[in-house]
Every structure is written in structure tokens, then in C-alpha cells.
Design a protein around this ligand. Structure first.
Ligand code: SF4
Length: 189
């Protein structure tokens, strides 16, 4: 693994996009670490557009992907926080509306388990019991919807993406919450 670092104002963002495209064209993998979620959302959008353009004009024959890797815990809180920053009128979209897809969309998900839960406690949005269920006759169990639930989509997308984008905190301290298979060996991540 190589780590690339550069000071502010030297054209990092453009260079990083070029590097991301080059890695994708060469079918290699790269991880890009940015300061915060907002920067990650913007970079993910831009890199995805770059890759789609390269695919359209035939530079990339097979589709390459870019994933925004973030921890599943706290996604709901981050969605609310980002939504609270949107002050613009829906009729005059500015910073947040310049893209067809709103930046908060990738942070939003719904819990399919809620309908089937028999619980004495309350599980508010963002505190779902994804890994702390109990099934009669089985014992502790994880939610069967984890592989398809939007809450874990970033983890699954990142597993196969050519370009993985994450923030500093996720890079330094976060974990995936689910087990992964590294070179054929199961690993608790
Ligand atoms: S993984 Fe299961 S419990 Fe967790 S949010 Fe998704 S559907 Fe709900």
C-alpha cells in the first residue's frame, strides 16, 4: 500500500480525480481519504460521473465502480445533520440541488425488520438491532437483510469497487460491523 499526501491549494482534488480514473482504467483499486462526509459525497459523485463518461466514450470497456465507504452506525444521524444544512428553496436549488440526486440520498435507508420485530423496547431510526437479534431455537442472530439493506450498502459496494472513498474518521477508527473474507480467511471487521 502507498499513501499519497499533498498540502492545501496544490490541486489535490483534480489530481485525485485523475488518479481515480487512471486506477479504474487500469482495473486497479485505490482508496481516497477526505476530511468529512460532505467532501466524500461530492468526490464520490464526481468520480462516478468521470467513470461513467469514460465508459460512454469507450475508454473503459467494462463498467468500473466507485463506492463511498462509511460506517453503518450513525448514517441516520448524518442524514439528518446534512438535511438540516439545506436552507435553499426547492424552486431555486443551489449548492445542494446542483446534482439531480440529492447528496443526502446515499445516507438514507429504511428498516425492513421493524415490521417483524416483537420487542419490549423501542428501536428508533438509526438504532436498529441489526446485530443483536434473538431467534427462538437459534439464539443470537444478525438481521437476514444485512446483505441487501441500504444501511450496509456502502460496505458491500466498497468490497468490489475500484475507487473507495472514505473520511478520515472512517479510515482511522471505524469498523464494518460485519464479518469479511480476506484472501479466503474469515475476519471479524
Ligand atoms: S440490517 Fe436489518 S435491522 Fe438493520 S436496518 Fe437493515 S433491515 Fe433493519
Amino acid at each position: 500500500m502507498e499513501i499519497f499526501n499533498a498540502p492545501t491549494g496544490t490541486g489535490k482534488s483534480v489530481l485525485v480525480r485523475v488518479m481515480a480514473a487512471w486506477f479504474a482504467v487500469e482495473d486497479r483499486r485505490i482508496a481516497i481519504v477526505l476530511p468529512d462526509i460532505k467532501a466524500c459525497l461530492a468526490m464520490t459523485w464526481n468520480v462516478r460521473e468521470d467513470l461513467a463518461h469514460l465508459h460512454r466514450i469507450g475508454v473503459i470497456k467494462q463498467k468500473r465502480t466507485c463506492a463511498h465507504l462509511m460506517s453503518s452506525s450513525g448514517m441516520h444521524d448524518r442524514a439528518l445533520k446534512l438535511a438540516s444544512l439545506i436552507k435553499e428553496s426547492v424552486d431555486a436549488p443551489g449548492e445542494w440541488g446542483e446534482r439531480a440526486e440529492r447528496d443526502v440520498d446515499p445516507l438514507a435507508y429504511g428498516c425492513a425488520q421493524r415490521t417483524f420485530l416483537e420487542s419490549t423496547g423501542d428501536y428508533p431510526p438509526g438504532r436498529e438491532p441489526c446485530l443483536s437479534l434473538y431467534r427462538q431455537g437459534v439464539g443470537s442472530a444478525a438481521c437476514p437483510w444485512i446483505p441487501t439493506c441500504g444501511k450496509f450498502t456502502p460496505v458491500y459496494e466498497a468490497a468490489s469497487a475500484n475507487v473507495v472513498i472514505m473520511n478520515h474518521y472512517a479510515f482511522m477508527k471505524s469498523n464494518l460491523k460485519i464479518g469479511v473474507n480476506l484472501d479466503g480467511r474469515p475476519y471479524a471487521a
